[in-house]
Design a protein around this ligand. Sequence first.
Ligand code: ADP
Ligand code: MG
Length: 566
Amino acid sequence: MQPQTELKNILQRIDKKGYPAYKDTRGSYDFKKYVFTIDHVQGDPFASPSKVSVHIRGDAAGFPAEYYREKECRIALADDLLRRFGKNLRKASVRPSGSGKSGLLFVTRPGQEVLERSALQIDEKNGGITVRFEIGFPANGRTINAWELIKIIYDILPPCILGSLYYAALNAKEVERVYQLAMDQIYIRQELKNRNLAAFVANGAVLPRESGISGLPMKGAVAFESPASMETELKLPFHGTIRGMGIKRGITLIVGGGYHGKSTLLKALESGVYPHIAGDGREFVITEESAVKLRAEDGRSIKRTDISMFISNLPNKKDTVHFYTEDASGSTSQAAGVIEAVEAGAKTFLMDEDTSATNFMIRDELMQRVVNRESEPITPFIDRVEELYTACGISTILVAGSSGSYFHKADCIIQMNHYKPCEITEEAKRAAAQYPLAQEKPSPWRSPDFRRMIKPDKSFLDPRFKIKTTGLDGITLAHDTIDVRYLEQLADQEQLNLLGYLIKYAQCHVFDGKKTLTQAVDALVRRMEDLGIASVCDGSYIPCNLAAPRRQEIFAAMNRYRKLML
Ligand code: ADP
Ligand code: MG
């Protein structure tokens, strides 16, 4: 490590030289209260900006150990500090003139979810803080403008760092609230298990968002209010006693007229696998963490997946135990989604009729009469939903607006009425009794065949192998894009970035033709738990733009990769 004056010396020396001279600045510099490191220098002013990091020793940062000892609390604190640092940085930065990305400062801007990120990490043992961000090293044309960088590093950054990453500089009450919210969320998650619940939605929660492209809460929304019969009381460690709707494990149906808030409730449950920040409206909307949203996804690829529990005897005699296609139909895609989610360990399925394949969900009586069983390859989900719970322990929460068939199967039926839920299980069951289901007896549930061994793809070993992501839509590995648009529980592009690295790491180090997908994903998840999320990036520095995806999304992304070699 060099003294901070040395960085200034270097910068003064290279001022007005050609851009590559910036490479001399790489290294760590002691700024007394923190260490400033230039991890990677961009090749030219137009390239992706330079990567830098700031490290603060735990005793200097001074946060109480209880705030970072537990993983969820640590992630919540890191998230909060990152937001503070980003806010300060955006306020302080002035866009200087210059070519390309000269003088631009980029730091991750988290959304409503609290995710584990590489942009700010806290050491669980000593509370040391590392924040990673980007600086566009300034130039005029391709000539170094060192004085601009000196201004950034010596004038702009220090107050941002000192004002946001040290306990003593912050309002202790505000920091405490972050810890308390995280603890309460942990508590609710634990109570879901203790009380055999799949999800909890607190009274007063605000579920709808401002718009289809915003994560912010809708203003003036109707606050959530549990039906009396489903009301569950929780004594939170910090926020006192709260009440809300407890959705029991089993089969839950959400019905109601169009536009009454069914899909909005389901969306909140989908997002409830992640904790949300204070003020989001969904702080106490918590869904069991393995819950997976399932939907139809026409056109996706399916990699030798055993969908025979839902689809068999296809007219082209295609094997549905090792089903393979480059262009799935609505029903085959949803069947594969179910089986893949079982493999990924999901204990709750979330489905919306709006985005499901009708022929996968039901087969009505008239159709059963006209088209007999032998000519229908599909065993609809409705004939499997009970076994999924009894045999596999998987609950289903299903939004249905138009078909009453599931009334017969549901343990609990909720009607959304002007954004207010009411429980109508008894009435609906009574009504359903007058319309008995013409049950076709499917073959009993058999555990799907998950023995797919993944072979490594050597092309990933090429050091020039590129990973790129586009919004929440796609992950491009070299020239192949994995379409993840329909993985609706991916919340942040940084999760896509890490998924890209995970697949690359798996190709280079994990897949060996002998491991199943589950074994491979287990190995990846274990590695990230033991060594941190960035441990799956081979490279000379840790990227600043990674966020942890869930295990379920790791499976889902791999299952959609067309070049996966079996
Ligand atoms: P459904 O699925 O029952 O047809 P949606 O959930 O799509 O209905 O909701 C319809 C509209 O109502 C959406 O524009 C949504 O933003 C709005 N909305 C949903 N819940 C609420 C609420 N609690 N308060 C106000 N508006 C809401
Ligand atoms: Mg809807």
